[in-house]
Design a protein around this ligand. Structure first.
Ligand code: XMP
Length: 513
């Protein structure tokens, strides 16, 4: 695929993926690469611009990450952010030092003053708020540079050598707290790197389709469809490219939300693909019967899923390509995970050992989630699939606490549907990132009509989050909660009490199991 590219060199800062997303939002393709990238690799990448990210170290630490100074002779514009800015200054002859408390050390929103004759700040007000997070500062800037911004505490908030196209900012333009951050990145890309904005999902879709056709030839392609956004968009892309050679296996484990299985099937009816929906509800329910321990449930579902998929794949015979819905954050994050296992996530991805195929195709591996959704729209997938909130692989089995039965699942499906319906009616979908109902295994006494009830308690869970690693509970207005509660107890038998989960993550997790 032939488009302009920006190279983002990663020095280990917390916002590095965000920089990449912001660049892509400006319709410029970019990739994030570790700082160990060699000069030869950089040349081969042929970037129109380079961005150095922030990072946790001090440039004068002996073990701090550095770059080959020859990078400054490539004739390519460079933007250094925070650590990246200090690294540029340090490498080119300036000096960086630990700020004394109360002087140039800054954390958080900071009033900053700009020289708007610097191309990076073109068209911006002369004062605005930036987001700072640095303990070191540039005491002396390199000779060829000039100051382009300062704050009350830091005289060197931004520097530039416009002749060479080198720019450095001490603050983080990529975070929303920096008022004009996106405009600064846009200026870097368009005013300084002369980007032509050739990264659009429409173009990406067309060039991917061509590339997939070339690669696959007349080979057979197999895809495990879960109904989630990533696998649905991957399926739609493959369907558009090589529809008649594609088989999608949709394992319906009976643990989906109301009508979800039918919606997924309907969305793919327009392509000439072979769509196999395996009705495996009975199999899953019998394996799950009497099991109440969450990790056991997850393992059983994960294993059964693979078994069902494997059986279907065997019926199809030899396939050439297996499609996985890997997306860019998975690629960037892979290899860094040494965190404790809190829950064993079941993903439809990890199947290669069980199926006989030649190669894996990962058509989304360069895309961020919002780009995947945009691609889905280009492929004319319905909005409810494209905007689907995350749904765990083990489905409703981990939202029915304790042992899982068909009856409990049906009760939960109805209640969960009402919850989502009322949120939609109140136009609140955009204010929360994930919301669902949980059927607890607690029963309590209630009164309905003139009679006593002894029924289940249903919990409502709704969170706001950017990365699902941490989350806050959503502040749903009381009158909306009231409408949901009244409808559920009236319309769903077996539930006589509704509670709202007001714990953040951590200490709780988003799902209850
Ligand atoms: P937790 O409950 O760990 O959830 O705070 C974080 C996010 O991950 C989703 N989740 C899963 N996704 N397979 C998935 O693909 C799983 O097994 C799984 N379990 C939890 C959860 O819905 C939330 O968005």
């Amino acid at each position: 695929m032939n488009h302009q590219s920006v190279l983002i060199i990663d020095f280990g800062g917390q916002y590095n993926q965000l920089i990449a997303r912001r660049v892509r939002e400006c319709n410029v393709y970019c990739e994030l690469k570790p700082y160990t990238i060699t000069l030869e690799e950089i040349k081969a990448f042929d970037p129109i611009g380079i961005i150095f990210t922030g990072g946790p170290r001090s440039v004068y630490d002996p073990s701090a990450p550095h770059v080959d100074p020859a990078i400054f002779d490539l004739g390519v514009p460079i933007l250094g952010i925070c650590y990246g800015c200090q690294l540029m200054a340090y490498t080119l002859g300036g000096s960086v030092t630990a700020a004394q408390a109360d002087t140039a050390r800054e954390y958080g929103k900071t009033h900053t003053y700009f020289n708007t004759d610097c191309k990076l700040f073109k068209g911006l007000p002369t004062e605005s708020v930036t987001w700072m997070s640095h303990g070191d500062y540039m005491e002396r800037i390199p000779d060829s540079f000039r100051l382009a911004a300062h704050s009350d505490g830091c005289p060197t908030a931004a520097i530039c050598d416009e002749e060479k196209g080198f720019y450095g900012v001490q603050f983080h333009p990529e975070v929303n707290h920096t008022e004009y951050g996106q405009q600064m990145l846009r200026n870097f890309l368009y005013e300084i790197c002369h980007a032509n904005g050739d990264w659009t999902m429409g173009d990406y879709m067309r060039s991917s389709i061509t590339a997939i056709r070339e690669k696959v030839g007349d080979g057979k392609v197999l895809l495990a469809l879960s109904g989630g956004v990533d696998s649905s968009v991957a399926a739609a892309l493959l369907a558009e490219a090589v529809g008649s050679q594609l088989t999608c296996v949709f394992v319906d484990h009976g643990l989906m939300r109301l009508n979800e299985g039918d919606e997924v099937e309907a969305a793919f009816a327009k392509w000439p693909i072979r769509f196999i929906r395996v009705d495996a509800e009975q199999r899953f329910l019998s394996k799950l019967a009497g099991v109440s321990e969450p990790e056991r449930k997850r393992k059983i579902i994960g294993e059964e899923f693979i078994r069902v998929f494997e059986e279907e794949a065997k019926k199809i015979g030899q396939v050439d390509y297996l499609v996985q819905g890997t997306i860019y954050p998975d690629v960037v994050e892979s290899g860094t995970g040494d965190a404790a296992v809190i829950k064993s996530h079941h993903n439809v991805g990890g199947l290669p050992d069980y199926v006989d195929f030649k190669e894996i195709l990962e058509p989304l591996r360069l895309l961020f989630k919002d780009e995947v959704r945009q691609l889905g729209r280009e492929l004319k997938l319905p909005e409810y699939l494209v905007m689907r909130q995350p749904f765990p692989g083990p489905g409703l089995a981990i939202r029915v606490l304790g042992d899982v039965t068909k009856e409990k699942l049906d009760t939960l499906r109805q209640a969960d549907f009402i919850f989502r319906d009322e949120i939609a009616k109140a136009h609140l979908e955009g204010t929360m990132n994930q919301y669902f109902a949980v059927l607890t295994n607690m029963r309590s006494v209630g009164v309905m009509g003139d009679g006593r009830t002894y029924d289940y308690t249903l919990a409502l869970r709704s969170v706001t989050t950017t990365d699902f690693m941490t989350a806050d509970w959503a502040r749903i207005p009381y009158d909306v909660l009231d409408a949901i509660s009244v409808r559920i107890v009236n319309e769903v038998s077996g539930i006589n009490r509704i509670v709202y989960d007001i714990t953040s993550k951590p200490p709780a997790t988003i799902e209850w199991e």
